[in-house]
Design a protein around this ligand. Structure first.
Ligand code: PL4
Length: 404
């Protein structure tokens, strides 16, 4: 028989989000009449807007004609889309040939781990999106899970909590090869200032590290003083890769479209361009994002599409405001939810899973337990602002009733 990959055996339990779905289903099976509201997994709910649907539909119709049919495309994505991303989402801060279009930020995270291999060391914000740690474990970059510290040996966990304004204490952070940094942060909803990002870039430059900057929620930054891309910071192109996504800004969680930017000037210690190897990875183990979906992306980036994107994001931000306001009124400690679709809070005296269970049992609302994002998330829970407005209004009513 084939031996099991020992790295997979190191992972503690199931991946966080399927575990939440499992608990939700168990609850429903015991309480079939309960009207569950899901503010757990950050999944979009609102229909895709007309201009973008038109872009998708036209691409489908074209495929049914001799003239419009196309087969495999460039693994890096349609050049028109790469140029448009550079121009419209990055205001020309980067070039089209530095953009690699993909099927999402999560699969790109996994492929980036393949790019760097199992000999690199990594640092992560604690708490953060669990894919960074789990994919690192799977690749074999870590030691075993340490029951005592509830950390994986070999990973540098950068604590982010209310005491440090959710920005890591870089003076006491060990040098690693890669630094995963998610901004706006999932799950805390914290957004770094330009000065903070400059500190991060300077830290990476000094240590000759590479930052993997996940900006999946950048479109939720409405404060013009806050940077939306790491490339707004001086020196970032020498040390940073940015991954991003169309999932949340235009409701493409199921449609699938994302991107990775690798600046031409980002190099390994031997002088080879990182971009060159990423191109090799993408052309070897990826076959390009769906051409239909890429046309949806193109439509999202023309003037009408961008306007719709803004409306979609504003809708979820208003949901976040409603949830925040209610929790604030009840006197909860709250973070995030202003330039981010996530609200981070804690129920005094309860650990994360206990709070999750109580909110589910009493208010029939699914949340996400903070500890699932890392040891520093213990005691917190995350509310997602993705949902229909009527469900958000009903959810806050139940919160007022059960969490007062
Ligand atoms: C549940 C920081 C959500 N099954 O859709 P993608 O692949 O372009 O982007 C995924 C992604 C990337 N980066 C960050 C994210 O938060 C997400 C999506 N996270 C959440 O609730 O935290 C959805 C999670 C999904 C998953 O595992 O990604």
């Amino acid at each position: 028989m084939v031996k099991r990959n020992p790295n997979l055996a190191k992972l503690q339990s199931g991946y966080l989000f399927p575990e939440i779905e499992k608990r939700k289903k168990e609850f429903i099976s015991k309480n079939p009449n309960a009207k569950i509201i899901s503010l757990g997994i950050g999944d979009t709910t609102e229909p895709i807007t007309p201009r973008i649907v038109k872009g998708l539909s036209k691409a489908v119709s074209d495929l049914g004609t001799k003239e419009g049919y196309g087969g495999y495309g460039a693994e890096q994505g349609l050049s028109e889309l790469r140029e448009k991303i550079a121009a419209k989402l990055y205001n020309g801060l980067i070039q089209g040939n530095e953009v690699f279009v993909s099927d999402g930020a999560k699969p790109d995270t996994g492929r980036l781990q393949v790019l760097f291999g199992n000999k690199v060391t990594i640092a992560v914000q604690d708490p953060s999106y669990p894919v960074y740690v789990d994919s690192s474990v799977i690749l074999g970059q870590t030691g075993n899970y340490n029951e005592k510290s509830t950390n994986f040996d070999g990973i540098e966990y950068m604590k982010c909590n209310p005491q440090n304004d959710f920005f890591p204490d870089l003076a006491n952070t060990k040098r690693t090869d890669l630094i995963f940094f998610c901004n706006p942060n999932n799950p805390t909803g914290a957004v770094a200032t330009k000065e903070q990002l400059q500190q991060l870039v300077d830290f990476a430059r000094k240590n000759k590290s590479i930052i993997i900057y996940d900006s999946a929620y950048s479109q939720f930054i409405s404060d013009e003083n806050l940077p939306r891309s790491i490339y707004e910071v001086e020196g970032a192109k020498d040390v940073a890769i940015e991954i991003s996504s169309f999932s949340k800004s235009i409701g493409f969680t199921g449609v699938r479209l994302g991107l990775t930017i690798i600046p031409n000037q980002l190099k390994y210690e031997d002088g080879t361009q990182v971009r060159k190897d990423w191109n090799r990875i993408m052309t070897t183990i990826f076959n390009g994002a769906s051409n239909i979906v890429q046309h949806g992306g193109l439509a999202a980036l023309d003037n009408a599409g961008l306007k719709e994107m803004k409306q979609t994001v504003s809708y979820y931000l208003e949901n976040a405001r409603i949830i925040r306001k209610t929790l604030e009124k009840l006197g909860y400690e709250i973070y995030g939810g202003v330039n981010s679709p996530y609200i981070w809070t804690r129920i005094p005296g309860k650990n994360s899973w206990k709070a999750f269970e109580e909110i589910l049992n009493q208010a029939h609302i699914v949340t996400t337990p903070g500890v699932g994002f890392g040891p520093s998330g213990e005691g917190f829970i995350r509310f997602s602002a993705f949902g229909h407005r009527e469900d958000i209004k009903e959810a806050v009513k139940r919160i007022e009733e059960h969490l007062k």
